[in-house]
Design a protein around this ligand. Sequence first.
Ligand code: XMP
Length: 453
Amino acid sequence: MYMLTGAPTVDKKIFELGIPVLGICYGMQLMTNLLGGVVERAGKREYGTTKVYIDNNSKLFKGFLEENDCLMSHTDKVTILPQDFKNIGYTDNCQNAAMENEAKKLYGIQFHPEVNHTYRGTEIIRNFVYQVCGCKGSWKMSSFAENTIKELKEKIGDGKALCALSGGVDSSVAATLLSKAIGKNLTCIFVDHGLLRKNEADEVEAVFSNSEVNFIRVDARRRFLDKLAGVTEPEQKRKIIGEEFIRVFEEEAKKIGTVDYLVQGTIYPDVIESGTGIGNKIKSHHNVGGLPDYVDFKEIVEPLRDLFKDEVRQVGLELGLPEYLVFRQPFPGPGLAIRIIGDITEEKITILQEADFIWRSEIAKAGLDRNINQYFAVLTNMRSVGVMGDERTYDYCLALRAVETSDFMTANFSKIPYEVLEKVSSKIVNEVKHINRVVYDITCKPPATIEWE
Ligand code: XMP
C-alpha cells in the first residue's frame, strides 16, 4: 500500500500482544496496512452520515439492527482485508467499513463512533469495552472517596503534605481528601493575587479555615498589581502572574520547611491534554499549576488523576463541600487579569468584580447557572459616549460572555433570553460606576476563544 511520508504509525508487534484493539478510521487503515491487507485511494471522498450495513452477529454490533447511520469521513479505504479478518460492515461506497479478527480481538471500523452523528455510537464503544475486552464496570464512584482516603492514609502515614489551593473545585476536592486522610499534617497555601472574583477569597477561607488543615491565606495583592502595572499583552500577563505565583508559594513553603508530598488537583482531562505533545499553543494555560523548582518534596500526590470533572464534583458533594464551591465554573489561573483588556488597575478590577457579580447572580436567579458552562464579564478598554439623566458620560463598555460546551475546546454562545440580558444590562449600568454600555458576545469557539485574552 502507499503510505505518506511522516504518516503516524505504530509498532506492528502491538497486534501480537493479545490485547484487544479497536482501530477507528485511520486506525483501521493502519491496522490493515501493518497486517498485510491493502488500503487504496478511494475514487471519491465519503463524507457525512451514511447508512452502514452491519453484521450484528459480531460482538461489536451486538444489539444493533442491520442498518445503522454512521458518520463517514475518509478518502482512503480498505480494499483487501488482512489475513484472518472478516468483513462485518459495508456502505454503498465502501465495501469494507468494518472488520474483525474475533480470535485475536482485533476490530476496525471506518466510521466514527465517537461523534453524535453516528447513531448509538457510544454503544459500539461500549460493546467493545464490555463484550470484547471483557470489562465488568464494577468500579463505583460511591467507594472512591472512602477508598482514596484509606489509601492516602496508608501511603502518607505521618508524613507532611503541601497543597497550593486555588479555590477551584479540583484543588479544593483534592485538599479535602488529604485533610480527611492526614489532618493537620496537610498545609494548604492559598495565594490571593487580587484578581479573583468578588468575595471569592473570603469564601475559600471560610471553608478551609474551619477544616482540619493548616490553612494559610497569603495576601499578595499589592505584589501582583505592582508587577502588572502598565502590562497590556495577554501572554505577558499570564507569564508574570504564573511566575509571581510560584515566588509567593516558594516563600511560604520555605517557612514550613521540608515536606514529603506536594498535592495537586490534576484531573483526567489534564492528563490527556498534557500528554499529546501535539497541537499549537494558543494560550499558555494552567501556568499557575507550574511547580517551584526548589521546594523540597519526595513525591507528587494527585488523588483525582483518574476522574472527570463531574465525578470530581460528586466526590466534593460527598465530602460535604458547599455547593457554591463544588459547582464553581472554571476560572483561569491568571483570573481577572485576562478579562481586563489592556492595562490593569485597582479601579478596573473593582469595576469588573462588581459587574461580573451582577451577571453571575442574575444568571443564577434565572435558573440558568447549571446549563451554562462558563459565564463572566469582560472589561473592554473601549470607552463610548452615553447619557445619564441630563449628563453626558464617557465610560467603559462591558462585554458579557456565556458559553455552552462540554470540552472547552469548542463552544457555542448561550442563547440567553433577552429579558435576562435586559435586566442585567440595566442593573450593571445603574449600579456599577464607569460602565455606560453593555454588549453580549455572540461568537462561538472557534473562531473566537472563550476568554477574550
Ligand atoms: P479559551 O479562552 O482558550 O479557554 O477558549 C478555554 C478554557 O481555558 C480557560 N483558560 C485558562 N485557564 N489559565 C488557566 O488556568 C489560563 O491562562 C487560561 N486561559 C483560558 C478558560 O477560562 C476556559 O475555561
